[in-house]
Design a protein around this ligand. Structure first.
Ligand code: NAD
Ligand code: UD1
Length: 338
């Protein structure tokens, strides 16, 4: 079976993708420097699948480390998850974000070129649509102006991939634009383990529910949306992981330079998330309404038709599944992977 290198594969989305790839029969190699993860996630992936993962502790910027991985394994395709992703931190430390995110991409592309590896799938984000495009977002829309350095790194990396594919006619690239991944594997063995105070909504909700934080602040209730709170396209991380399997199947069979939105196409508001979480889990989430957060858009959701048409992929899990699985993970692992 083809061998897939997951750069940044010990993280939240990478570990769930590893499970789905292994269950489909692919061989999985992971390279991660654990800057936002731990090898325990991969140990649990192995337990869950009864399959083994070849694991390298490596900085993906380090071309010497990458050479060892590429010379020791005949890699058929790379999925590039390795990156820093905290929006607020990227505003404080933009140089660190540009250095890490752009360099991982350049080192991977250079090493792939050296070893004749021709397939790469990249973790992009809905953030590249920027502020001016109307919802629902379509892959044919132009990238817009991002509101923070994290978003700009994604936008720049998309441009790098497009230019690299134009210049190397044999290089195949798929850019996957994720919407808002939440949830966890239904086993409760792997999930999102943010360090410090969570920036994102669902980990904050679960930490309030478990008693680690006192109260959730809902950022703004005066947006032009049905209940005044922002709407997003929340997607279960297992559906998202399955989207990567479909993208791998496609890229191994087709020479391509394609962009796909990975979302459900259905927006939910912050208030709906909190209410659904409380209802399905029968647990209270203390919350107050506060000021808007700088840089937030009122609405963000996908048109997900292209992924269905071309990849045969669509989401299967409901918002209830997302809330139940997020809570199951948090309850079983109140302090993450320790
Ligand atoms: P994550 O932080 O859990 O995973 C990223 C992994 O990359 C971590 O394991 C981290 O240790 C590793 N990493 C970072 N820099 C590295 C380096 N230089 N060398 C080796 N490993 C490195 O994040 P995630 O949520 O799993 O996200 C995966 C990818 O998807 C990221 O690129 C992220 O920007 C992108 N993305 C995430 C979301 C989201 O909401 N989670 C949304 C859109 C896009
Ligand atoms: C953000 C980034 C996105 C990135 C993603 C994952 C932008 C515009 N968006 O998405 O690029 O891929 O994080 O890192 O850069 N909320 C609260 N209270 C909280 C936390 C969040 O009300 O304590 C609200 C937010 O206002 C938002 C929604 O919950 O409306 C979702 O927020 P979040 O989980 O941070 O994701 P995004 O901002 O959509």
């Amino acid at each position: 079976m083809p061998k897939i290198l997951l750069a940044g594969g010990a993280g939240y989305i990478g570990s769930h993708t590893a499970v789905e790839l292994l269950n489909t029969g692919y061989e999985v190699i992971v390279a991660d420097n654990y800057s936002n993860s731990s090898s325990e996630a991969i140990r649990r992936v192995e337990l869950l699948t009864s399959k083994s993962v070849k694991l390298y502790q490596a900085d993906v910027r380090d071309k010497k480390a990458l050479s060892e991985i590429f010379s020791g394994n005949k890699i058929d395709a790379v999925i590039h998850f390795a990156g820093l992703k905290a929006v607020g931190e990227s505003v404080e430390k933009p140089i660190m974000y540009y250095r890490n995110n752009i360099d991982t991409t350049l080192s991977l592309l250079e090493t792939m070129q050296e070893y004749g590896v021709k397939n790469i799938i990249f973790s992009s984000s809905a953030t590249v649509y920027g502020e001016a495009n109307p919802v629902p977002y379509l892959e044919t829309m132009k990238r817009g102006a991002c509101t923070n350095p994290y978003g700009w790194t994604k936008s720049m990396m998309e441009q790098i991939f497009e230019d690299a594919a134009k210049a190397d006619k044999k290089l195949s690239v798929i850019l996957l634009r994720y919407f808002n991944p939440i949830g966890a594997h239904e086993s409760g063995m792997i999930g999102e383990a943010p360090q410090g105070i969570p920036n994102n909504l669902m980990p904050y909700v679960t930490q309030v529910a478990v008693g680690k934080r006192e109260c959730l602040t809902i950022f703004g209730n005066d947006y032009p949306t049905p209940d005044g709170t922002c709407t997003r396209d929340y997607i279960h991380v297992v559906d998202l992981a399955k989207g990567h399997v479909k993208a791998i199947e496609y890229i191994l069979d087709n020479h391509c330079m394609e962009i796909f939105n990975l979302g459900t196409g259905t927006p939910y508001s912050v208030t709906e998330i909190v209410e659904t979480f409380e209802r399905v889990n029968n647990v209270k989430v203390n919350h107050v309404y506060g000021a808007r957060r700088a840089g937030d858009l009122a609405e963000c959701y996908a048109n997900a038709d292209k992924a269905l048409k071309v990849l045969g992929w669509k989401t299967e899990k409901t918002l209830e599944d997302m809330c139940r699985d997020s809570w199951n993970w948090q309850k079983n692992n109140p302090d993450g992977y320790i």
